[in-house]
Design a protein around this ligand. Structure first.
Ligand code: NAD
Length: 362
């Protein structure tokens, strides 16, 4: 049987706890789908600092190079210790380091509000109760965050600062293809987010995406200004399927969609390279406030593993079975503390992982 090699970077805080539950789920998938996963564990973040004085040591990069995907937990220490040697720059060093090392240019962040969890959303009740299920596809390595030149000049009243936004045709085309292909596997709609009424880069963005859209006649396509999109997300999020965004707009709108979806503990993400290689991680952080207590919600980590099956290992059915199991456990009233409400059954990290594992029906 062919082995699929996965780098397991559990990291800090709740990372190792929620990672264990994802591995529990993958064990079920191995049995049911007759695949074999080979795990290569490596240190990252504060966990790596203790041994290597480096948040992303070469040994960890080497492990990742020898694998087909990275399943990542989270990194970071308590917020009040951010400026200590151990934790300073940990997120940037670990995450940006991995993005750079593996050319991870496409960030996929699904945001789903399960009707049974509508109480956790910041949306108005009648809007939340309709639920939504959208995917933000964000370009991750270009745009204004990386454009050159950038800097500060002058002094006193004359002092000014500047950034540069640019996108090449190739950069826009490859992220647009990711969005349209993702839409083909979902509800077949792409909304491309831009600011083509003001920015030249965005006029170009719209032109290029318009052309790519013609290659996907089975996918409904509409461009939308970013200010309108931010508003539509709070008014009628169920209208969106795939939202295609440049780096900065994607950063903002994916956080907005996470907020309206409720708990951070529910949201997975994927960062993909041009090949099938990808890194998969929860959208939340290391949650030091609850680490080691056995109460963290492992669902984001479990759904990140499901995304890995879908995008790196071409196992969309197995991914769907995991998503269905999660939904079933929630519908049966089981909740971790972060999504608990009166009348529901409160369970810990291990228990909800076990329940999801038992509910994977193939
Ligand atoms: P956080 O996401 O870790 O926590 C914010 C709040 O959400 C906390 O109250 C936490 O308990 C809760 N939460 C998050 N994930 C949860 C889960 N799975 N189950 C239950 N509750 C959950 O954000 P923060 O507190 O701002 O940051 C803590 C540390 O995490 C910092 O060091 C920060 O730099 C780091 N961080 C790392 C990543 C990453 O690794 N990708 C992302 C964000 C923050």
């Amino acid at each position: 049987m062919e082995k699929k090699k996965i780098a397991i970077l559990a990291g800090d805080g709740i990372g190792p706890e929620i990672m264990n539950e994802a591995l529990k789920i993958l064990a079920v998938i191995q049995r049911k789908y007759k695949v074999e996963f080979e795990y290569k564990h490596a240190l990252v973040g504060g966990a790596a600092w203790g041994k290597y004085k480096n948040h992303l040591p070469e040994v960890t990069l080497e492990v990742c190079r020898n694998c087909e995907a990275i399943l990542f937990g989270s990194v970071g220490g308590p917020v009040q210790e951010q400026n200590t040697e151990k934790w300073r720059g940990v997120e940037v060093n670990s995450l940006l380091g991995l993005r750079k090392a593996f050319g991870l240019y496409a960030n996929l962040r699904p945001a789903k509000l399960y009707p049974s969890l509508s109480f956790a959303s910041s949306l108005r009740k009648d809007i939340a109760e309709k639920g939504f299920d959208l995917l933000v596809v964000r370009e991750l390595t270009g745009g204004i965050y990386f454009g050159q030149p950038k800097g500060r000049k002058g002094q006193g009243d004359e002092e000014y600062a500047f950034d540069t936004m640019n996108y090449s045709r190739k950069e826009i085309e490859r992220i647009a293809h990711v969005a349209f292909r993702a839409a083909q596997k979902r509800r077949k709609k792409v909304t491309s987010i831009d600011k083509a009424n003001v920015l030249t880069t965005m006029v170009f963005w719209r032109e290029v995406v318009d052309n790519i859209a013609k290659k996907y006649p089975d996918v409904e396509y509409e461009p939308m200004y970013v200010d309108n999109a931010a508003m539509q997300l709070t008014r009628e999020p169920s209208q969106f399927d795939v939202m295609l965004c440049g780096n900065m707009f994607g950063d903002i709108l994916s956080d907005e969609s996470a907020a309206i979806a409720g708990s951070l503990g529910m949201l997975p993400s994927a960062s993909l390279a041009e090949s099938t290689f990808g890194m998969y991680e929860p959208s939340g952080g290391s949650a030091p406030d609850i680490a080691g207590q056995g109460i963290a919600n492992p669902i984001a980590q479990i759904l990140s593993a499901a995304m890995m099956l879908k995008y790196s290992f071409d196992m969309p059915e197995a991914a769907e079975k995991i998503e269905e199991a999660v939904e079933k456990v929630l519908n049966n009233g089981y909740r971790t503390a972060d999504i608990w409400q009166e009348g529901k059954k409160k369970v810990g990290t291990l228990d909800i992982g076990q329940l999801i594992a038992e509910n994977i029906v193939t």
